[in-house]
Design a protein around this ligand. Sequence first.
Ligand code: UDP
Length: 363
Amino acid sequence: MYDYLIVGSGLSGASIANLLKQKGYNVLVIEKKSNIGGSIRTVKRDGIDIHLYGAHIFHTSDKRTHDYFSSFSKLNNFINSPLAFYKGKYYHLPFNMNTFHDLWNVNTAEEAKAIINTQIEENKIKDITNLEEQAISLVGNDVYQILIKGYTEKQWGRSCKELDPSIIKRLPLRFTYDNNYFNDTYQGIPVDGYSKVIERMLKGVTVVRNADFLKDKNKWMKQAKKIIYTGQIDALFDYKLGRLEYRSLKFETSKLKRKSYQESAVVNYTEREIPYTRIIEHKKFLNIDSDVTYITKEYPLEYKQGCNPYYPINNDKNISLYNEYLKLANEDKNIILAGRLGNYKYYDMDDTIMASFELVDKL
Ligand code: UDP
């Protein structure tokens, strides 16, 4: 009999297991797949860590989170400065003076603000009810049309008019020449790879792979007093109130016999007509010098059963369905929900770890 059974070995499950073990609890982790690590899993090919499920760049402003995460592997000094490619031209991201110079050939913040403000005023938006209105109210029409609309509509498979304004608030807007995508105090890539981070978090914890909790619920429930479930909440209840929506992704990775493919680790393709949203070049995250390189094209996809549910789709319909499921979950005091899927939240890695701290402190 364990104190806790943790379902899922992604960053959420692994960090909760690690924190509980540190407090002296006896923990069992089960993982449906044959490999641990969930979406942050990496594999090494030709000395290069491949991010199997898309670019993962650790960033946070929370010192406790940084110190905890970096205790499993030193972080390098990588700064994410992606480029956007639109109709044959590169633009700097996030939206900053370099972008405005690329767009309008302006040099000062005053010139850039004047153009943006004129465009905002022309649109006469009063109340912000969707992502399109939010984006135009922040950065005006040109940035919206060139750098946001196409990317966002293919990423989410929905019109910007149907999307929640909060999605775009993740992106910084600044009037200095600064291409750092994140505003956070700490940033970097684990030099030993994300898979090593997970392995080290789970050191000394019993992990059973190829174990599908939902297929054998009764058997697994008997293994522990409390269950921490990091999978899809609608699946936990056999979809009895209906299905939550998710956005999925398809990754196409190629090995190229050349030293370099692109000038930045991440290039976003912001036109609607190009089916992928980004190309990442893995060696650039850890600055690996080698004669070959690996690139991955990331294609957004409608989620169907059997695909990986990467992103929750936070609209009113899904949020109210999630809340109904949450009521059901709260009826059973032995089940605790965690992670991006259990909480149906668009967590970054640092949000995930902060949620794990909070949960374990509470427990
Ligand atoms: N986004 C955009 N253009 C870009 C990059 C991002 O419009 O070139 C928008 C898009 O709506 C996206 C959101 O900003 O879903 C958040 O992007 P981020 O790169 O933070 O998301 P993630 O890496 O989690 O997919």
